[in-house]
Design a protein around this ligand. Structure first.
Ligand code: ACM
Length: 689
């Protein structure tokens, strides 16, 4: 800890290793240590930033982007005057440039000191300086005296070294420019690994020069060329982000078989694409499979510079192996007990190949087996227990369970999941690990599986919730206050809009564009009232509607695709109701706001009907709009009754509950999220007299 010119007692009092962050600050993730000073540093057109570090193209590029971002955030062209360490507004010093290929565990710490006259950013490694620049950007606010950052001292470093986001580009192909925008967003919230899920049953997305039929027959023309991949990896490195490729095997591999059916466990012809069909699994008993994988992994090891190589290993279905007598005979002949032993055999051979090509193998938690080499990193998607078990067995690991963005959970639910504990309040299996074993847990990854997203909608599913997960991975474990998180998430959200992330900003996003398309009209006011209070169904319930994940011809252009995963209106309405009820029905300001919302919702259906009638895409939403009006009417009746001496009969409450129940069951893949707080108002009528 650096020496500050404060008496020690003041230092400890004000330099909080923070359980809370002051509400004046919109920092996300919350830094490890913050000390707020007095006064502010003005950010005007004369703002300059210089590096006193050794020349480093990555840091110089980061500073250039930072200045561009300052300009965008303030709407001011900066003068761009030259400056040196003696007169620059912000002086940046990184002691070293970092590894050429970014490594796990490089020092990402930084210290940012801002006084009313200047700012200094120091870091042992350029990575820390890049993070510090993002912190500075989050501090810029308009003030009566102009744009400014507060006088402050921040000493910051991540809690976990591995802070990842998986993006599945197989189920739906996601173009490079969309991925790049998401890298910008990840850098803004200090995430450092993009886990690129590049192959699955539906599509093989990488150009292979040794096995060109992989992309020619496995991608329906949608893949990344090797030069695009090199450019993308460099773009990520510039932002302090590693790119870890995943080629899922032996399961989830139908797209490989389109060009190379000899890899399959069941002879036949295979097609890639979003088509219904049983899972396809590689044949681990043939030497040819390993010869193929040796050449393929050798080629990919040269294309992807990161030290880690993800081989998938999840959800290997039994049927293809069970149905091939040769494979079952191989199991018996080698003294194996079952298919799981066969997968372990496959993984051992695979690990040798991956290692021969200079990479560290990683896989999903199904790869865990007593015979698995301990160097293999295990990524747990099925629960914290398997992560703890992996750590106990000597593996390093990551947690993904609890961070699946495709499940449409609210940010708070992801935020409560911690790699080291079951939830923030319940100790999990990891809590029982020794210190040595706990050290093997390196962090976690959020996952954006793409069965139900398109390039148009993917960002609205990643953002802004990912910022809450980023905070879980970066900030001290004590940072867990949901109210503070949501307050800052809202602020981070519109700021991310400057990066051009679709759907991030409530004010300017593809949300409105999609609503216009649904309505076929410029007038989306009434549709938006409904859209603002619904959420897509949770977990995998959407698959119940589409019995298979959507096939190629299934458009994802419904209200369920436009609606945000978490309704801000519903969350804030629920808070209002809570405030009102806890005040003993005395908070008249809260009551007035509740009433205003309810009146709006009660009257909306009449305005929306004509819009819903006109569009085939919206007809399915008619019952939701009607129920919103019914719920609102019930809420208003409850408000009129609560605290008064006019009991409403039990039969009335029972009738309202039926509407609430219906509203929280999936219809048109949507839930009406204001139903539970309205239910609370309805229930309050039972105790008010
Ligand atoms: C997974 O979700 N099958 C890794």
């Amino acid at each position: 800890m650096r020496t500050l010119q404060f008496p020690l007692s003041v230092f400890f009092f004000s330099f909080f290793a923070m359980a809370q962050i002051p509400s004046s600050l919109n920092l996300m993730p919350v830094p490890a240590k913050v000390q707020v000073g007095s006064g502010q540093l003005v950010v005007d057109q004369s703002f300059t930033a210089v590096s006193t570090s050794q020349r480093d193209a990555r840091l110089d590029g980061g500073i250039a982007r930072f200045l561009d971002q300052v300009s965008r955030q303030t709407g001011m062209q900066l003068n761009g005057q030259s400056a040196d360490a003696s007169n620059a507004t912000l002086v940046i010093r990184a002691e070293n440039a970092g590894r050429k290929v970014q490594e796990l565990g490089e020092d990402e710490s930084y210290t940012l000191e801002i006084t009313p006259s200047r700012a200094t950013l120091t870091a042992p490694n350029a990575l820390g300086a890049l993070h510090g620049l993002q912190t500075f950007l989050q501090l810029i606010e308009p003030t009566p005296a102009g744009f400014a950052v507060p006088a402050i001292t921040i000493e910051d470093q991540p809690r976990f070294a591995w802070r990842g986001l998986l993006i599945d580009v197989s189920r739906h192909f996601i173009p490079i420019e969309v991925l790049k925008r998401n890298l910008d967003g990840m850098a803004a919230v200090k995430m450092n690994v993009l886990h690129w899920h590049l192959s699955d049953d539906e599509g093989f997305r990488v150009e292979s020069k040794r096995f060109p039929k992989l992309q020619e027959l496995g991608s329906e023309g949608q893949y990344y060329t090797q030069s695009e991949i090199r450019d993308f990896v460099a773009y990520a490195r510039d932002r302090g982000i590693r790119v870890v490729p995943e080629f899922d095997m032996p399961g989830h591999s139908r797209s490989w078989m389109a060009g190379y059916p000899e890899l399959a466990s069941v002879p036949g012809s295979y097609r890639a694409g979003r088509i219904a069909g049983a899972d396809t699994v590689m044949d681990p008993t043939r030497d040819g499979t390993y010869k193929f994988l040796d050449k393929f992994i050798g080629e990919m090891a040269g294309l992807f510079p990161d030290a880690y190589f993800h081989i998938g290993g999840d959800e290997v279905t039994n049927k293809p192996w069970d149905s091939n007598p040769k494979i079952q005979e191989f199991i018996r002949a080698h003294g194996m007990k079952n298919n799981r032993d066969l997968q372990a055999y496959f993984n051992q051979r695979l690990q040798k190949i991956v290692s021969k090509h200079g990479k560290i193998m990683m896989g999903w938690d199904e790869v865990l087996h007593p015979d698995l080499p301990k160097t293999v990193l295990v990524e747990s998607w099925r629960g914290q227990d398997s992560l703890a078990e992996a750590a106990r067995q000597g593996h390093r690991g990551l947690l993904s369970y609890g961070y699946y963005l495709d499940l449409m959970w609210p940010a708070a639910r992801h935020y409560a999941v911690d790699p080291m504990t079951m939830t923030m309040t319940k100790p999990g299996a990891a809590a029982a690990l020794s210190t040595e074993e706990q050290k093997r847990i390196l962090g976690g990854e959020a996952c954006m599986w793409s069965e139900f997203v398109t390039p148009e909608t993917i960002e609205s599913r990643i953002w802004p919730r990912l910022a809450a997960i980023a905070e879980r991975f970066w900030s001290p474990q004590e940072i867990r206050d949901n109210q503070s998180m949501y307050r800052r998430l809202e602020e981070v959200s519109w700021r991310l809009g400057w990066l051009g992330l679709n759907g991030v900003s409530k004010y300017e996003s593809n949300y409105a564009t999609m609503l216009h398309r649904l309505a076929g009209s410029h007038d989306i006011a009434a549709l938006r009232v409904l859209a603002d209070v619904v959420e897509p169904t949770k977990d995998y319930t959407r698959t119940e509607v589409f019995p298979q994940p959507p096939v190629k011809s299934t458009p994802l252009n419904r209200l369920a695709d436009a609606a945000r995963p978490e309704s801000t209106v519903a969350r804030q309405f629920a808070e209002l109701v809570e405030t009102y009820l806890q005040s003993g029905y005395k908070d008249s300001a809260a009551e007035a706001q509740i009433r205003a919302w309810l009146v709006k919702w009660r009257d909306n259906d009449a305005n929306l009907k004509a819009v819903l009638d006109r569009s085939f895409l919206l007809a399915e939403d008619m019952p939701l709009s009607e129920d919103l009006a019914t719920l609102a009417t019930a809420g208003l009746e409850a408000l009129d009754n609560i605290g008064k001496n006019q009991p409403l009969p039990d039969a009335w409450r029972t009738a309202q509950s039926a509407v609430v129940d219906r509203s929280m069951k999936p219809r048109a893949n949507l839930l009406v999220m204001v139903a539970p707080p309205i239910q609370k108002l309805v229930e309050a009528t039972a105790s008010s007299h």
